[in-house]
Write a protein that binds this ligand. Structure first.
Ligand code: NI
Length: 176
């Protein structure tokens, strides 16, 4: 399982509902948490690892790891909050994003158990960010066009830099 980055078409596709939450979803969730932790993130959605299904995982410091399958956001607060966000699919880029401060969400866990959760603050923000991934939406879409363009260009430059560094490393290894 590896994380797809900005430019991959799959990040822009809408994920399909999970038809039946069989035992395989416990392994999927475990693998997604492993990927999330190794990337030092707080949330990861299926499409980010090429799973085009409505599943995401969230693990915030001091909170239990949570799995959301076929989630619905039932309510969002009128009150908005502004906070800096990043995304494992756009590494190294951060921007302030405005979102509802609190949400009420309904979903199923990896064992097929339904639950309803009221969340506020960071948890509410991460849930909304991950939910957006299931719709093919990225946090940069929430930014003014000019800022989005700048951030995308910066990401493209950093990506090109990393690729060039990898190519140099591979070439020097090949020479030995
Ligand atoms: Ni993300």
């Amino acid at each position: 399982m590896h994380i797809l980055t900005l430019g991959d078409e799959r990040l822009r596709q809408k994920a399909a509902p999970v038809r039946e939450i069989g035992p395989a979803y416990q392994q999927t969730a475990e693998a997604m948490f492993a990927c999330l932790h190794s990337g030092k993130g707080v949330g990861l959605a299926g499409p980010q690892v090429g799973i085009m299904e409505r599943i995401f995982v969230v693990h915030i410091d001091g909170d239990a790891p949570r799995v959301f399958i076929n989630p619905s956001i039932l309510e969002t607060s009128a009150e908005l909050g502004v906070c800096e966000e990043g995304c494992l699919s756009i590494p190294g880029q951060y921007a302030e994003v405005t979102r509802p401060q609190a949400v009420k969400v309904q979903a199923w866990n990896e064992r097929g158990k339904p639950f309803t959760l009221k969340a506020a603050g960071t948890l509410a923000r991460v849930i909304q960010h991950e939910y957006d991934h299931l719709e093919g939406v990225l946090f940069i879409d929430k930014l003014p066009e000019k800022q989005r363009g700048k951030l995308t260009a910066k990401f493209a430059r950093s990506l090109a830099g990393r690729r060039a560094a990898r190519a140099r490393a591979a070439a020097s290894e090949g020479g030995q």
